[in-house]
Design a protein around this ligand. Structure first.
Ligand code: F6R
Length: 619
């Protein structure tokens, strides 16, 4: 969950590392630090508690000049956020520094062992055992061979870890290692300079040529290039991938927050998601990278979707699509539950992960469990080069561009759109979805980006959401209700509100309201209903009546021209009319904007909500 950046080349390392860390701050923002090898050959370390700006100020007061360095932005696991727990951590002689993303599960045992060897610990972190272990092996069994010492140390660790090590005794190299599902390690190739980062946007301004480490691989990175090995020192061939993301896509532009920018660019991101996937001639869907032909699609007996958080809610929408259009039973599971439940997985089953980052530790572990049991594994994934895309039999790239805001928005609508494409694809391959129906949905899909663009443009121009935030920002509890395909949207709307504005919110299937939550309704408990005119519209109307009868304020996501609902509720969050299958993709957008404006009105840090990090790479 932490962010790592490394640089080796001809330019000043500190500004390049800081710029990279700025792009990675969404991965953690408890503290930040960097180490640069100065012109005298000594390692200089600066570390500060709190946000990156504190480190920037420290570097302004005490700059470091040098062309090799590593930096880190932390999401605390072991030890509270403080300067002493900030990375990089140093060996006792100050000759070696290490930054880490992950968890050393056997850290207590290793710490005791190192203490008995005379090492004194200066922090509460698990990372410090790594730097001392490397130091120990370097000066003992590895006889001054840094690579060997790193390999030996990493072999002792339990749990996922990605690290970068830098030693003043080997100033020509950085060593990067990935152990388990600790999150990505991208190695970027420049001209006479090289980069290492946990995530692509951190180095995208400098290079588009990147290679990605897999589990138990290391890179020895010099200014001239990189050599890839496994943890036994055996050479590994790595493919260098060209990244086509636009570097400015990871910048805020005229928007105040990344989340705001990502909400309002959903018209464009949906265009990208659909690009190259709709065949208007044959009324088909093109999903080549899924690697699933008609015979395999026909053999499938069911699909299990595994995901976490917002991606899980996308999966719940996917269940409706796939069951309806491909006539395949679908179950949706939290990846963190699936992996520990001893699930029954059959070879004729697809286990489908949904993951924006492609690095969520539980989702990767669930995929691993499914693969071990012989299922066809697939992923709907946004981050290029991420583990989920590489370990599965097939994948669908979201093509949403980098998502930086910690609260997921455009990746949610991209995932749902991809799930609809998958359902259409499977329906066709399995011969259960007639051509006229496919043609109709494909035609409607082609209008989706335009409808999203209109909805968002109107919302950006109007004062509606700021006024609603003014009216509702002091409430402590919200209930979100949806039915059928909009039940997951209710849950996602509630999650958005709670994670960035810290207001308690529950997402519930509307039909369940009378089985408990109705007890909570009073004038202090607003209810947000998702009520487009669909086959359960009348039932939603009676739900609204029941809330109003108990003096509960009601906000309704409803069709813009729905005057019936407008007369009943306190506020309408309008959406355009389209096919019922596409409505959830539009219905979530007003809820994202509402949550955003509520958080801004409450003075919360929208892009860096407390205790959260963008990719959850530790358990
Ligand atoms: C919420 C949010 C999280 C993620 C979850 C899974 O706004 O962003 O709930 O959806 O951590 O992350 P990915 O999709 O990267 O596996």
């Amino acid at each position: 969950m932490c962010g790592i950046v490394g640089y080796i080349g001809r330019q000043e390392a500190a500004p390049i590392i800081l710029q990279g860390l700025r792009q990675l701050e969404y991965r953690g923002y408890d503290s930040a630090g960097l180490a640069v090898l100065d012109r005298t050959g000594a390692l200089q370390v600066r570390r500060e508690a709190g946000k990156l700006v504190n480190l920037e100020q420290a570097l302004t007061k005490a700059p470091i000049s040098g062309v090799v360095g590593v930096g880190h932005t932390r999401w605390a696991t072991h030890g509270p956020p403080s300067q002493r727990n900030a990375h990089p951590h140093s060996s006792p002689d100050g000759d070696l520094v290490v930054v880490q993303n992950g968890i050393v599960e056997n850290f207590l045992e290793l710490r005791q062992e190192l203490e008995s060897l005379g090492y004194r610990f200066c922090s509460d972190t698990d990372t410090e055992v790594i730097v001392h272990l490397i130091h120990h092996y370097y000066h003992n069994s590895s006889a001054g061979d840094l690579e060997r010492a790193v390999q030996r140390a990493m072999q002792r660790l339990k749990g996922p870890s990605a690290i970068v090590a830098l030693s003043s005794r080997h100033p020509d190299r950085l060593i990067a290692v990935r152990l388990g599902n600790a999150g990505g390690v991208a190695v970027g190739f420049g001209e006479g300079e090289m980069f290492v980062a946990s995530d692509i946007p951190a180095i995208l301004h400098h290079t588009r040529q990147m290679a990605f480490l897999d589990n138990r691989q290391m890179a020895v990175v010099t200014a001239q290039g990189a050599i890839f090995k496994d943890l036994y020192g055996r050479p590994v061939q790595k493919e260098c991938v060209r990244i086509d993301w636009n570097p400015t896509a990871a910048e805020k532009g005229e928007f105040r927050h990344f989340m705001q920018k990502e909400i309002f660019e959903q018209g464009r991101s949906l265009t990208d998601t659909l690009r190259g996937r709709l065949d208007f001639q044959r009324h088909s869907i093109i999903l080549d990278s899924l690697n699933l032909d008609a015979a395999q699609a026909q053999r499938l007996s069911r699909i299990t979707i595994v995901a976490c958080g917002t991606s899980y809610y996308a999966g719940l929408v996917g269940k409706y699509y796939i069951e309806r259009l491909a006539r395949l039973p679908v179950e949706v599971d939290y990846a963190s539950e699936f992996r520990y439940r001893e699930p029954l997985v059959a070879p004729d089953q697809m286990v489908l992960a949904i993951t924006q980052s492609g690095e969520t530790v539980d989702t990767l572990a669930a995929l691993e469990e499914a693969r071990t049991q012989g299922a066809f594994t697939a992923a709907i994934v946004n981050a290029i080069g991420s583990q989920a895309a590489r370990v599965t039999d097939g994948h669908i790239a979201m093509q949403a561009g980098p998502e930086i805001g910690v609260a997921s928005t455009k990746a949610f609508t991209a995932s749902i759109t991809d799930l609809l494409l998958l359902a259409l694809y499977l329906g066709e391959q399995r011969g259960v979805l007639p051509e006229p129906q496919r043609r109709h949905i494909i035609r409607m899909l082609s209008t989706l980006p335009g409808l999203a663009g209109e909805l968002l443009e109107e919302a950006l121009r109007s004062e509606r959401y700021r006024e609603l935030a003014e009216r509702y920002h002091t409430y402590h509890n919200f209930l979100y209700l949806g039915r059928n395909i909009h039940y997951p949207i209710a849950r996602e709307g509630a999650l958005k509100l709670k994670e960035i504005s810290y207001i308690h919110a529950e997402g519930y299937p509307a039909g369940e309201m009378k089985h408990g939550p109705i007890a909570l309704i009073d004038a202090n408990m607003p209810t947000v209903v998702i009520a487009p005119r669909d086959h359960v519209y009348d039932k939603m109307l009676s739900q609204i009546e029941q809330v109003k009868a108990r003096s509960g304020p009601v906000l309704a996501v409803a069709h813009a021209d729905d005057n019936t609902i407008r007369a009943k509720v306190d506020a309408v969050l309008p959406i355009p009319v389209t096919d019922a299958l596409l409505t959830p993709i539009l219905a979530v957008m007003p809820l994202q904007i509402f949550a955003y404006e509520m958080a801004v009105r409450r003075g919360a840090d929208v892009d860096q909500p407390r205790n959260l990090a963008k990719s959850v790479t530790v358990e």
